[in-house]
Design a protein around this ligand. Structure first.
Ligand code: PEP
Ligand code: CO
Length: 451
């Protein structure tokens, strides 16, 4: 791992590097004022929490924990309300209990939540009927309605995003520590959802196993009111795309004197913005949060090595997670050489599978969708390849919602293209619905622990 000398980092040093996917604000003065305001507002998360997440991720590398990173493709201001957040949390918690039980490992739960408001786009503009409008770039930048006015970037949305992230996180913290996440409660939801999969006795077996485990703990005196059983941690994460927002949220941690991006516990760099000499890598290398990097099928191995060396020069365990999103077929020939090379070079990397973004396609009705079958297939392959290479399959990164949407086809209800119109809600990528997500957790249980 030859290291080149790096320039001095400051929270604004990224500004002299090429930055992809940044909005063009119509009035840069308004934007500067907004960012200044934001930089005085309280941190969303504590540096200490981000350090705990880093330790949890280090355990993944030892094979003792499993990553479940999940949530919206793009959070929507209009969905910042209690029942919606509650449903999403309910699914993540259910999945986590199923996976913990089957894998006999701790599940590190990381939401794509409380700040996932900015989206990279393949095209700057979009044709709607006869008019060409700027692309929707996430609620923190513009609005999804297809008019010139709605699509104009508005810096006030940055501030609104901050406040909505705060409100979301407040409810998440209340839910996860206030008894709502109690194991017996989460299990009761799983018992209810298993009815949807009556064709699969394997799932019922798992659910009754969990029930017995709870009864056993109760019998030996570990009551459901015990904080170990009725409190959970859900860390937050989002794509660190909008560098002005991330810079304004970056502060020195008074305990350690280190810089942390306080907008979320974990930040990741998308596949489209991870240029080794680009602004996103420059910004992220200076903050001490655990970091993710997405890796799509177009990766160049030397770039991945340079990114790893820049983001994690001390090769700290738990600092760097690489999230591969190669597609259910391409993973076969694209993942093995990547794992081999990173292992040979001695990089400490937590490997996570995003089976969503390499499997998106447009159907005959011009809807963006994904097949449940492809999602599952990429995960199965991911596990098989890691096993063959002697590396650790660390977990999954999913786009899902707690609602009953119809955006991905397949799953036990066998949704077809024709059914997608029933409740197709996403402004961005198609998400697994609650039932598909829980079903995937049951499948993951067998993948992790095939016995
Ligand atoms: C995403 O995670 O929503 C995303 C845009 O991913 P990627 O960078 O992998 O395309
Ligand atoms: Co997405």
């Amino acid at each position: 791992m030859a290291m080149k000398k790096q320039n001095k980092w400051t929270k604004s040093s990224w500004r002299s590097f090429p930055a992809q996917q940044q909005p063009l604000w119509p009035d840069s003065n308004v934007c500067e004022d907004t960012l200044k305001n934001l930089s005085h507002l309280p941190a969303l998360v504590f540096a200490g929490e981000s350090r705990s997440l880093k330790q949890d991720l280090a355990e993944v590398l030892e094979g003792k924990a499993f990553v479940l990173q999940a949530g919206e493709c793009s959070e929507d201001f209009s969905r910042c309300h209690g029942p919606y957040i509650h449903n999403l949390l309910k699914v993540i918690l259910q999945m986590s209990v199923i996976i913990t039980y089957a894998g006999e490992r701790k599940v590190v739960k990381i939401g794509r939540i409380a700040g996932q408001y900015a989206k990279p786009r393949s095209f700057d503009t979009e044709k709607i009927g006869k008019t060409i409008v700027p692309s929707y770039r996430g609620d923190m930048v513009n609005s999804p309605e297809p008019t010139m006015e709605a699509r104009m970037p508005d810096p006030n949305r940055i501030l609104e995003g901050y406040f909505r992230a705060t409100a979301t996180l407040n409810l998440v913290r209340a839910f996860t520590t206030g008894g709502y996440a109690a194991l017996d409660q989460v299990h009761a939801w799983s018992e209810a959802s298993v009815k949807a999969f009556s064709a699969n006795p394997k799932y019922e077996e798992l659910v009754s196993g969990i029930k017995k485990a709870i009864a056993f703990m109760d019998a030996i005196g570990i009551k459901s009111s015990n904080p170990q059983l009725n409190q959970v941690s859900l860390y937050t994460s989002h794509e660190a795309l909008l560098l002005e927002y991330e810079e304004a949220m970056t502060r020195i941690d008074t305990t350690t004197g280190d810089w942390y991006d306080t907008s979320a516990n974990m930040l990741w760099i998308g596949d489209r913005t991870r240029q080794p000499d680009g602004a996103h890598v420059e910004f992220m290398r200076g903050v001490c949060n655990p970091l993710g990097v997405k890796i799509g099928p177009g990766y160049v191995i030397d770039d991945i090595k340079r990114i790893a060396a820049r983001l994690n020069p001390d090769n700290e365990t738990g600092r760097l997670t690489m999230i591969t999103r190669l597609g259910a077929e391409k993973i076969n020939y694209l993942l093995p050489p990547l794992l081999r090379e990173m292992k040979k070079e001695g990089f400490n990397v937590v490997w996570v599978c995003d089976p969503m973004h390499g499997n998106t396609y447009i159907n005959r009705r011009s809807q963006k969708t994904r097949k449940y079958r492809d999602i599952l297939k990429e995960i199965v392959k991911f596990w098989q390849i890691h096993q063959a290479e002697g590396t650790i399959a660390g977990g999954v990164h999913l786009e899902l919602t707690g609602d009953d949407v119809t955006e991905c086809t397949g799953g036990s209800r066998r949704l077809h293209d024709n059914d997608l119109r029933l409740n197709y809600q996403t402004n961005c990528d198609p998400r697994l619905n609650a039932e598909q997500a829980v079903e995937l957790a049951f499948e993951l249980a067998t993948i992790i622990n095939p016995s």
